[in-house]
Design a protein around this ligand. Structure first.
Ligand code: PLP
Length: 394
């Protein structure tokens, strides 16, 4: 059975060209880039090239790039750096729909004495910029708002947001983990101070990320130890993965224009095909302003987990918008924040495509899924409208 992989917002396949570039660093080029000898120095040159490539993909300077272990570390580093650099400021602004890499940190910080404002979103997952303006205070240390949502693909107006935040002289971080490689990004035109990205979302390996820190922005290291990354992130570099991230960024930039057309066309074919074949299905998120590879579709009256299970039986990989909490299937925090009705939210599936998705993959899903949904609806306990509200929300 072949695997049809439509879960690229969870992780992507390493591009063969990326793999080829990283392999020598795992084989013969195993020196430590901090070593004084030529052998280590050779490796250092590869790290320097990777830094240049990542910087170029963002319109940044190489010195503004810090390599990290993942998107989560980049997000945590940015927020903690802003807080440590301004100890007198105890307020954080973020949104209700951030990835846990930001949300769980901010919730943790609230327990440590910080105050947080979580901005709401409307039914399409959009922010109200007036609410943002009203949330900013004299003691706001940082605003952290994602570039694009991982579940719905909804894109936030980062330029406008940044202008509002910077006008007040507040530090601004954007979690661009889902956007880098999919959306054109140029930090020279974006008023952001920190920007996080992750290798495995753009056909690089897992376990490597980067944080862009605009020159002159206050910075305090998250990991302390050796002097790697100019003292901004201690620990011997994950050299092979850093090199891979550099190549992945280069490929993403080279292919972005074409992929934004081809991947979007496949996503639209999938979405249109499913909506045509399956009654009572709606798209979650802002369809006018969305990542080109993502569609989040709610199938009324069915459980997302049941859909995933049956799709898995046909080799189709996607992801649901529910999280199993203490026995009850709670819709995701993103769909809840958007106010998606219970009978839809529970049956929400995220399909996320990539440069490796084919038309045959899309057509296979459009052919199989209507039968799966029909089967599940025949046995669904939610068929009855009275079950509009969850029995248990514990
Ligand atoms: N931020 C967003 C929006 C994400 O989608 C993810 C991963 O799913 C992360 C942060 C965390 O990235 P990583 O898995 O590299 O820690």
């Amino acid at each position: 059975m072949r695997t049809i992989y439509m879960d690229n917002n969870a992780t992507t396949a390493v591009d063969p060209d990326v793999l080829e570039e990283m392999l020598p660093l795992l084989k013969e080029l195993y020196g430590n880039p901090s070593s004084m000898h030529t052998f280590g120095g050779q490796v250092g040159k590869h790290v320097a090239l990777a830094r240049e490539r990542v910087a170029k993909a963002l319109g940044a300077q190489p010195e503004e790039i810090i390599f990290t272990s993942c998107g989560t570390e980049s997000d945590n580093t940015a927020i903690m750096s802003a807080l440590q650099a301004q100890p007198e400021k105890k307020h954080i602004v973020t949104t209700r729909v951030e990835h846990p890499a930001v949300l769980n940190l901010v919730q943790h910080l609230e327990k440590k004495g910080y105050e947080a404002t979580y901005l709401n979103v409307d039914e399409k997952g959009r922010l109200d910029l007036e609410e943002l303006k009203n949330a900013l205070r004299k003691d706001t240390a940082i605003v952290s708002i994602m570039f694009a949502n991982n579940e719905t693909g909804t894109i936030f107006p980062i330029k406008e947001i940044g202008e509002i935040v910077k006008e007040k002289g507040i530090l601004f971080h954007t979690d661009a983990v889902q956007a880098v490689g999919k959306e054109p990004i140029n930090v020279q035109e974006l008023p952001v101070d920190y920007l996080a990205l992750s290798g495995h979302k753009l056909h690089g390996p897992k376990g490597v990320g980067a944080l862009y820190v605009r020159r002159g922005t206050p910075f305090r290291p998250f990991l302390r130890g050796g002097h790697q990354e100019r003292g901004r992130r201690a620990g011997t570099e994950n050299v092979a993965s850093i090199v891979a991230l550099g190549k992945a960024c280069e490929l993403a930039s080279l292919n972005m224009k074409a992929e934004r057309t081809t991947v979007k066309a496949l996503r639209d074919r999938l979405e249109d095909g499913l909506l045509k074949a399956i009654p009572d299905a709606i798209v979650n998120g802002d369809t006018d302003n969305r990542l080109p590879n993502t569609t989040n579709i709610a199938f009324k009256y069915v459980e997302g987990e049941a859909i995933l299970l049956l799709m898995d039986g046909h080799g189709i990989c996607a992801s649901s918008g529910s999280a199993c909490t203490s026995g009850s299937l709670e819709p995701s925090h993103v769909l809840r924040a958007m106010g998606v009705p219970f009978t839809y939210a529970h049956g929400s599936i995220r399909f996320s495509l990539s440069r490796f998705t084919t038309q045959a993959d899309v057509d296979f899903v459009v052919d199989e899924l209507p039968r799966i949904i029909k089967r599940l609806r025949e046995i669904s306990p939610y068929r009855n409208e009275a079950a509009e509200k969850p029995a248990c929300t514990c």
